[in-house]
Design a binder for this molecule. Structure first.
Ligand code: KIV
Length: 255
C-alpha cells in the first residue's frame, strides 16, 4: 500500500495495524492489515529484556528482513530502536540503513518536539516517518496513561501538530486519555493509530502475540481474541504422547 492511500483512509475507513516480528505470521497479517509494524516491543515479547532500550538496530533489521518476506500489500514500518536517532546525522544514517536492508516503507520514532528536526530531515530525505506520542516505552520509566494533567495534554497536542508539520505521515497514540485522543485526531489531517487510546483514533494497533494470548500479559488495553497457548499445548501434548507410545512417525511419515 502506498503512503498516500494510507493517509486517505482518515475519515473514511478505520485503519487496522499489528506488530509482528517474523515471516509466517506476517503472511497471515498481510491479508487483513493496512500496516504491519516491526515493533521494538520484540525486546520484551521475544527477548525478555526489561525495556525496549536494549533492542539493537541489528536485531530490528534481522526481524524486519523476515517480516518483509511475508508482506505484499500492507505498509511495513520498522521501529528505530533507542539511541539510534539521537541527532539528525545519526538518525539519517541509521534510517537509510534500515530502509535499504529491510526494504520497509518507513520508520517509526518516539517523541515530539525533541525529535522534530530529525523527523524533518528524514522526510526531506524521502524516508516516511510514523510518529509515536503518549506513553513512550523508550523513555518513560513508569507505565501510566497520558493526559491527566492540563499541561501534559497541551504538550501532547502541540507535539502531534508539530509532527504533522514536520511531515510525519501518521502518529501512533499510546495510552492517551480518550477525550485527548479525540482532540488530537480531530486536530490533524494525518491518521492517528491508537493503542490504549480508545476508539477516538483513526485506527488501532496491538501486538499480535498479545491479542492471540501467546504473550502472557494482562493489560487493560489488550483484548485477547484467542488463547493460542492452549492450542499449542494441546498439539505438543499429543505429539509427545505419540512419540512416547511409538505412534509417530508412521510409515507414511517415513522414507
Ligand atoms: O513496539 C511496538 O510494537 C509498538 C506498538 C505497540 C505501537 O510500538
Amino acid at each position: 500500500m502506498k503512503i498516500e492511500k494510507f493517509i486517505k483512509k482518515k475519515n473514511k475507513n478505520k485503519i487496522v495495524s499489528l506488530s509482528a516480528y517474523s515471516k509466517n505470521i506476517a503472511t497471515v497479517l498481510d491479508n487483513y492489515c493496512d500496516l504491519v509494524l516491526v515493533g521494538d516491543s520484540l525486546g520484551s515479547v521475544l527477548y525478555n529484556y526489561k525495556s525496549t532500550r536494549e533492542v539493537t538496530l541489528k536485531t530490528m533489521i534481522e526481524h524486519s528482513k523476515s517480516v518483509r518476506m511475508g508482506i505484499k500489500k500492507s505498509l511495513m514500518i520498522v521501529d528505530m530502536p533507542y539511541n539510534t536517532y539521537r541527532n539528525s546525522k545519526e538518525a539519517l544514517k541509521n534510517a537509510k540503513q534500515v530502509m535499504l536492508k529491510t526494504k520497509c516503507d518507513g520508520v517509526k520514532l518516539e517523541g515530539g518536539k525533541k525529535i522534530s528536526k530529525i523527523v524533518t530531515t528524514l522526510v526531506k530525505n524521502k524516508i516516511p516517518v510514523l510518529g509515536h506520542l503518549g506513553l513512550l516505552p523508550q523513555s518513560d520509566r513508569s507505565f501510566k496513561y497520558k493526559g491527566k494533567k492540563d499541561s501534559e495534554r497541551e504538550s501532547i497536542l502541540k507535539d502531534a501538530k508539530l509532527l504533522e508539520k514536520c511531515g510525519a505521515f501518521s502518529i501512533v497514540l499510546e495510552c492517551i486519555e480518550s477525550s485527548l485522543a479525540k482532540k488530537i485526531t480531530n486536530s490533524v489531517d494525518i491518521p492517528t493509530i491508537g493503542i490504549g487510546s480508545s476508539n477516538n483514533c483513526d485506527g488501532q494497533i496491538l501486538v499480535l502475540d498479545d491479542l492471540i494470548g501467546l504473550n502472557p500479559i494482562n493489560v487493560r488495553f489488550v483484548k485477547k481474541y484467542t488463547n493460542i497457548r492452549k492450542d499449542i499445548s494441546k498439539a505438543v501434548l499429543n505429539y509427545a504422547r505419540e512419540v512416547r507410545s511409538n505412534k509417530f512417525p508412521l510409515k507414511k511419515h517415513s522414507y
